[in-house]
Design a protein around this ligand. Structure first.
Ligand code: ZN
Length: 272
């Protein structure tokens, strides 16, 4: 099971203390009906659904991938989502996401997304943060979360998120899309590699060419992995890099190993 990050919180560091204390696992009758198809799964049931409801997720990036993930997580009952993205909706964004409209052009993505996502499911909490993740704010943003999802386009942001994930021993799901391809894996220090063990192989950053459906495809797979972790089924992709090749509809897989000399998680490996 994942560790509740609230146990590690820095004093006075939480940006949304009130909302953090309000999360509950109790499902109302309307929620039981809303999630009845998931609850009917023998490997899921009400217990997993309640775990998901009591979970808070930090999602960094509200472009095509991020908005697909946000939609899926809120539709499926994740209790709270902290969505961070300081960029604004552009015309090119409308090619890869269904969350934004022409009337949203020029507006901050996280604000638009917060408003729209709240309409999807009134039983969940959404916080939009129109800012960039930095070395200074990353621990405040992670505070109270049980899972970090990194779909930010900036490699520096991924480094900050990885540092925070290792420090708080939180799972970090990492996905990238470019052209007709997608990559997806879960980093979880203590159980497998972290992003810094893997960095030399992260090839898709910075490719502007992108086929529109790719963020939705990879965002759905990412969301399933997130639900597995939050619901207690455990991650499927720790130490496994899943690569989707849209040109041939191939899934390829690569094993990822923790690097014992990793400057970020190496010391943690020695302790285990
Ligand atoms: Zn590492």
């Amino acid at each position: 099971m994942y560790r509740r990050n609230g146990d590690h919180g820095e004093k006075g560091s939480s940006p949304q203390t009130t909302e953090e204390t309000m999360l509950t696992h109790n499902l109302s009758p309307a929620e039981v009906t809303r999630y009845s198809q998931q609850i009917a799964l023998p490997q899921w049931g009400r217990e997993a659904q309640e775990k998901v409801k009591s979970s808070r997720v930090l999602l960094v990036g509200a472009g095509g991938l991020g908005s697909a993930v946000a939609f899926n997580l809120l539709s499926t009952g994740v209790g709270a989502l902290r969505l961070v993205d300081g960029s604004r909706v552009s015309l090119a964004d409308l090619n890869t996401t269904f969350l934004y409209r022409e009337r949203d052009l020029g507006k901050v993505k996280s604000s638009v997304a917060e408003r729209r996502l709240k309409e999807i499911n009134p039983f969940v909490s959404v916080e939009g943060h129109g800012k960039t993740v930095t070395e200074n704010n990353v621990h405040r943003l992670v505070s109270g979360c049980q899972l970090i999802i990194d779909v930010a386009p900036e490699p520096q942001v991924s480094d900050y998120l990885n540092l925070a994930a290792v420090r708080h021993r939180l799972p970090l799901i990492h996905a990238r899309v470019g052209e007709m391809d997608g990559l997806l894996t879960t980093f979880w220090a203590g159980q497998g590699p972290c992003l810094a063990c893997f960095l030399p192989g992260a090839p898709l950053n910075g490719k502007p060419a992108l086929m529109g459906p790719l963020p939705g495809i990879m965002g759905a797979l990412l969301s399933l992995e997130a639900l597995r972790i939050l619901g207690g089924l455990g991650p499927a992709l720790t130490g496994r890099l899943l690569a989707f090749k849209g040109r041939w509809f191939h899934f390829k897989e690569e094993q990822l190993k923790a690097d014992p000399s990793c400057p970020v998680c190496g010391r943690l490996q020695e302790q285990n």
